[in-house]
Design a binder for this molecule. Sequence first.
Ligand code: PBG
Length: 344
Amino acid sequence: MLPSEEIDLPSPTGCSIITIELMSFPIDRPRRLRSNITMRRMVRETRLTAEDFVYPLFVCPGEGVKQEIEAMPGNYQMSVDEVVEECREVQALGIPGVILFGLPDTKDLKASGAYDDDGTIQRAIRAIKAEVKDLVVISDCCLCSYTSHGHCGQIEDGDVDNDSTLKLLAKTALSQARSGVDIIAPSDMMDGRIGVIRETLDCNNFTDLPILAYAAKYASGFYGPFREAAKSAPQFGDRNSYQMDPANQREAMREIELDIDEGADMIMVKPAMPYLDVIHRAKQEFDLPVAAYQVSGEFSMIVAAGQNGWIDQQRVMMESLTSIKRAGADLILTYFAKDAVGLL
Ligand code: PBG
């Protein structure tokens, strides 16, 4: 911009050069578009809608069971009948889908509850599909809540053995498929699992069943409350030999690429808010729908701080969800789904 002394300025008000200099200083005034709520809504870049969300549910054995999860206020372990009621409510709110986690009757070394055709997840899938038409039912496909040791696979020599675990995962996916699930979501982080599951599904006439791969799943401290909810905490060691190092972003791109090559239809980044850079980059580099999982610890932190009066819970909830969508998520798995829709 030219210094104002050099411009021949008409001065109808007769104001001095000094005043004109001051007035013309900020030509760009972004505050003009923030002056009132209607204006702000008009120029808003990121909008949350009910269709953005997937609501996670924990299914347990029994009937009439609805047990609140201590570390996740407002979330419950529910028996199949209660889960069906919950799904009706979710659908009435316009939320398109739920993701199911199962708690089995018994746990063992081979995670047999995971691929039991009469297991909790399988019964829940059948019941929801029969009673709540058009709700998309996603099943988490993992072994950790079904193994006696709480790891996501078979243990050999003190660590999770990759290739023998793949067989159990394929059996689990097939059992979920036979129950009528709409999307399979493998969350174990074994190498090659998407390929093995895709092949198993295809060989069994489930060629049209999509896979949502937990492609970039980090070894995160934010899963703490979930492990209480799903009773899936590892009894020894940790998950660092299969879930990703939180320090790595490029490795996430490699994990995602492998899952896509093996047949994933959608990819996921998990957790969400501590990994917005990963979500953003995944959205730039890949053309598949990108899901992000706002995990239990992200939820519980916001709720706990809200309950203490340290933050405005509803405001921070909406801000956190907006940040995840702004980063590039096409779909957000969140325990806030119902609350958020209530505020839209
Ligand atoms: C199973 C699984 C976990 C979560 C989703 N699927 C736990 C884990 O990996 O320990 C975490 C979800 C959450 O914290 O909300 N592998």
